[in-house]
Design a protein around this ligand. Sequence first.
Ligand SMILES: Cc1cc2nc3c(=O)[nH]c(=O)nc-3n(C[C@H](O)[C@H](O)[C@H](O)COP(=O)(O)O)c2cc1C
Length: 252
Amino acid sequence: MSSWKIPDDKIEDAKLLFKNIKSRRAVRDVKKDPVPDEYIHKVLEAASHAPSPENYEPWRFIIVRDKKKLKIMGEHAIKGCVTMFGTMLPRTEINHRFGYMPSRAVAVSVNLMASGWRMCYIRDAPVQIVVAVDSKRAMAKDISPITVISGAHLNHLPFVCSGLALMNASLMASALGLGSCIHNFEFQDPTDEREIAEMLNIPQPHWKISATLSLGIPIRERTLGPPRTKVEKLAFEDEWGKWYKPKNKLDW
Ligand SMILES: Cc1cc2nc3c(=O)[nH]c(=O)nc-3n(C[C@H](O)[C@H](O)[C@H](O)COP(=O)(O)O)c2cc1C
């Protein structure tokens, strides 16, 4: 058995990291006030430090602050939300999603979703950072041998990378005290995505929008969030179906 122990200072760093991971929330209600550029830059710097295969950095970030463009994105998102929650899902299911909230708040949230108003923040937040990825390249070179040989099964890699970049960005936003929310309701159908890509001059067809990050100064602190499933209900040992049972756990 290994006697290796994590040094105390590392444990303190890890605790802080975990605290920041757990306290990050999707914060949609933000003020209209602009976000100073130095904070936007730091958020994007964090995003740019995400890993990618051969460090090929498949992402580009479009900082959208133009009111007309924000309005169009917001309208697409409201439409997408109504399509999804207003007609497709029974309200009981939406209720179930908000089960962690006090019942009064559930009723409000259900209505906000069903009416699409929950997505107004996409129009009203001062900044939206649209992330586009190069969907044609899976590696660093324009025509990488890996792309040629392995083909389609690597198509998801740029989107994996974009998720990592978005995670870094939202953690940095949260650490700075900014509100941020990753979203994609404005791209519910391919026509919406095409229209927004054209509006933002994103080269088509191979640059794909993966998601957007809203940024703003929070109106209020948000601490309550949806609970997470325990690791023991998510992880298997060596094969699917054989639940992972940790022998020890850290008590933080
Ligand atoms: C890929 C992705 C897409 C999402 N799309 C939307 C969206 O379109 N609109 C929205 O309001 N929130 C969206 N969210 C935010 C999630 O609803 C939110 O992160 C989730 O409920 C967990 O809450 P928390 O972030 O506060 O922990 C998205 C999150 C991710 C990671």
